[in-house]
Design a protein around this ligand. Structure first.
Ligand code: ADP
Ligand code: MG
Length: 699
């Protein structure tokens, strides 16, 4: 008998061992259907190889798993009230596990004689080794034991599940029962042709083996199959969205004409790089295709995305439309305004700036020019998407540093016109695996080439003891007419501390460089004050600017050739890379000095080494992704990254590529699938994938 999608969608209530109370607890945990339960993947496995004898534990063991028998369990009222469980293992050594908070439910869990696994960081305290608030699992006294070579699945140790008695042990029982009583009703979801081509384990076997592996190699094969499946459906979702989107009619522009030509030949003081030219062509083709453009332009800081955007603007203007460009901060919007209006003036086109901090009269006349269609280019911040901003005929929208905006904000800007073309730009180089997932429904252009004559920034790491070398370099650079940034970290949740750091640093720098004009920018200043300091830096009145990371994005001061980053060990990699991108913006040699202080964490060390060893933003971001994991890569919910249950974008790039290949083959009839197989695929897709993933669709 073959299985069905309907079975996967049945409630788990009918399963043996799942009463109303437990099913409610599990539902609160996101486990409602059979499919949810099957996909409640173990967080860890226990086998003989991963268990450490207690007598081998030391203070420096790090996170460790031990297995033993409970010899005592009880509340201790002496000193700080706590609950203690002591176990002994085959090495005859004792381990004490201690809970200080919420002890009520733990107290009910343990009885003398229980076999338990604990996972935590051991510490020597008094006579015994201790673990505080360890993860734990009760093992089946009766069932097959570790000693017979079994691999045992451990599930999420979350308290609310455990409180209703839904421990790993219970879950193992329930899932075991599911396979024993209903195993044959679990369907195969992937077509046979795909399974054969990519050498994937049978679906039912994989689902069983992830929970009850017979061997490590079976577990590995099951993992690969389930990762593939998960990534396959996300890619299918994106491919379908792209297909739909490519049918949406859009404004049809004529091929680029006189205005673009005039700009290239008479206004732009340099010629485009090959990459810039290629990307401009891609954009022109999109806008003339009759379909709406949805293109992401990726390119490292300083590669010259703005010029390409200007060409796109001019193309729209030639065709009679207005354009808008939105930036995430006032400084950036102003900077764009200055450089863009310079070019536009030369072409006799009006440019308007719209931002939060603006006099009422200025704002009113800006809104009038926008509404009447008089202004062809509007540059702004979030102020662009406010109510009351009405365009006459908006035909192209550019969003700079697009990851700084939420999906809703980008949508809101699009709504200001009637299906305008969209160009999204980002200077955060995104590793390919992440880009394919995040932006698989967009067309992507990449600029890799830097404008000619740029010298790669030289990056060095300096210990506190070598500080004078950093100051010598700054002195030397200022004497030859250049400028320097000194950046302090933003200490989260402690604006005060952060301010103190930058403030003290500022005073130190003023004392160190008598006669040199030094400015200070920090997060607590009003935007207008910040902008004022940055403006003075930009026009050369200030030689050094000391700041917290407020200057991070996009700021363009070509005269700056030194970037000193204080406490570099505390910064994330992509932030370090962004900061480094503030220098090296002219033909002068630039320098980035990473000041660090002990202790440096393992990751901090890797980050600093990465920065010193490469200038390639894509290499930097690959490492960043590996260190942080995909979920934290953007650090924002709004990134729309799907939450994977088993796949990991940082390490499963190859499986992702295969899944993508499979989707392409399927959509182009490159692999065969029977009608029944197709029905199963689309049934699974519409039941379990579509709703969950729909939120990740880009504008
Ligand atoms: P980003 O991609 O970081 O937004 P910008 O567009 O701000 O980069 O460009 C960085 C600098 O390089 C600007 O000063 C710009 O005028 C200059 N630039 C851009 N393209 C070229 C080019 N093809 N040749 C020379 N300089 C260029
Ligand atoms: Mg830029």
């Amino acid at each position: 008998m073959s299985g069905s999608i309907d079975f996967l969608n049945e409630s788990i209530q009918f399963l043996k061992g799942v009463g109303p109370r437990r099913s409610e607890a599990m539902e609160n945990h996101g486990i409602r259907t059979v499919n949810d339960l099957l996909q409640f993947y173990p967080r860890r496995y226990l086998d003989r190889a991963t268990v450490t004898p207690i007598k081998h534990l030391t203070d420096s063991s790090g996170p460790t798993t031990v297995v033993g028998t409970v010899i005592s369990a009880g509340t201790v009222r002496r000193g700080r009230r706590r609950f203690e469980v002591v176990i002994r293992d085959e090495s005859l050594a004792r381990l004490k596990c201690v809970w200080f908070r919420r002890t009520g439910w733990v107290e009910k869990v343990f009885s003398v004689g229980d076999r338990v696994a604990f996972h935590g960081r051991p510490q020597k305290y008094g006579r015994d080794m201790n673990m505080v608030h360890p993860d734990f699992d009760k093992l089946d006294e009766d069932g097959p034991s570790l000693d017979t070579g079994r691999i045992i699945a451990l599930y999420s140790g979350s308290a609310d599940l455990q409180e209703t008695g839904t421990t790993s042990k219970t879950l193992r029982r329930v899932i075991y029962g599911l396979f024993k009583d209903h195993g044959t009703r679990i369907p195969e979801i992937l077509p046979e042709s795909i399974r054969t081509r990519f050498q994937l384990l049978d679906g039912r076997v994989a689902r069983r083996a992830i929970h009850f592996p017979k061997s490590q190699s079976e577990l590995d094969a099951a993992r690969r199959r389930l990762k593939f499946e998960e990534l396959f459906f996300v890619q299918l979702m994106l491919a379908k969205t792209r297909q739909l989107r490519n049918r949406e009619p859009g404004l049809t522009f004529d091929a680029p004409g006189l205005l673009c030509q005039q700009f290239m030949e008479a206004v732009l003081p340099f010629s485009l790089t090959n990459d810039q030219r290629r990307v401009a062509e891609e954009i022109f083709a999109d806008c003339s295709s009759g379909r709406q453009m949805n293109r992401l332009l990726q390119g490292d800081v300083g590669c010259g995305k703005t010029v390409v955007a200007i060409l796109a603007l001019l193309h729209a203007i030639e065709n009679g439309y207005q354009t808008a460009i939105m930036a995430p901060t006032e400084i950036l919007a102003e900077q764009h305004y200055q450089s863009i209006s310079g070019y536009m003036d030369a072409l006799n086109l009006e440019t308007t700036l719209l931002k939060g901090q603006q006099k009422a009269a200025v704002r009113r006349s800006a809104l009038e020019a926008i509404g009447a269609g008089k202004t062809k280019v509007t540059v702004g911040t979030h102020a662009l998407i406010q109510e009351g901003v009405a365009f006459d005929n908006l035909g192209l929208v550019v969003v700079d540093e697009q990851h700084r905006f939420g999906v809703m904000q980008r949508l809101a800007l699009r709504e200001k016109g009637r299906d305008p073309h969209m160009l999204l730009m980002t200077a955060t180089p995104i590793p390919r695996s992440l880009a394919l997932t995040l932006y698989g429904d967009l067309d992507v252009s990449v600029i890799r080439e830097m404008p000619p004559g740029r010298k790669p920034v030289r990056t060095v790491a300096k210990k506190e003891l070598e500080r004078s070398e950093a100051y010598d370099l700054i002195r030397e650079q200022i004497e030859s007419g250049n400028q320097a940034y000194i950046v302090y970290p933003l200490v989260e949740e402690s604006e005060k501390l952060d301010l103190k750091d930058a403030q003290t640093g500022f005073e130190k720098v003023v004392a160190e460089f008598p006669g040199v004009s030094v400015g200070l920018v920090h997060g607590r200043m009003k935007p207008a004050e910040k902008d004022d300091v940055m403006r003075q830096f930009k026009n050369g009145d200030l030689k050094i600017v000391v700041s917290t990371t407020v200057i991070e994005v996009g700021v363009d001061v070509p005269g700056a050739t030194v970037m000193v980053i204080e406490h570099a060990e505390r910064f994330g990699l992509s932030q370090l890379h962004q900061l480094r991108g503030r220098v090296g913006r002219s033909t002068e040699q630039s320098y980035c000095i990473l000041m660090y202080d002990y202790p440096v964490s393992e990751d901090g060390r890797i980050r600093i080494d990465t920065m010193v060893s490469t200038n390639d933003g894509f290499k930097v971001s690959e490492t960043d992704l590996r260190l942080r994991g995909a979920g934290d890569f953007f650090g924002t919910r709004q990134s729309g990254l799907p939450e994977f249950k088993i796949a990991d974008l940082a390490s499963d790039g190859d499986v992702l590529m295969e899944a993508r290949e499979a989707v392409e083959a399927l959509m182009s009839d490159g692999v065969s699938a029977s009608d029944e197989e197709k029905a199963t695929l689309s049934g699974y897709f519409s039941t379990f994938v579509f709703e969950e993933q729909a939120g990740m669709i880009r504008i």
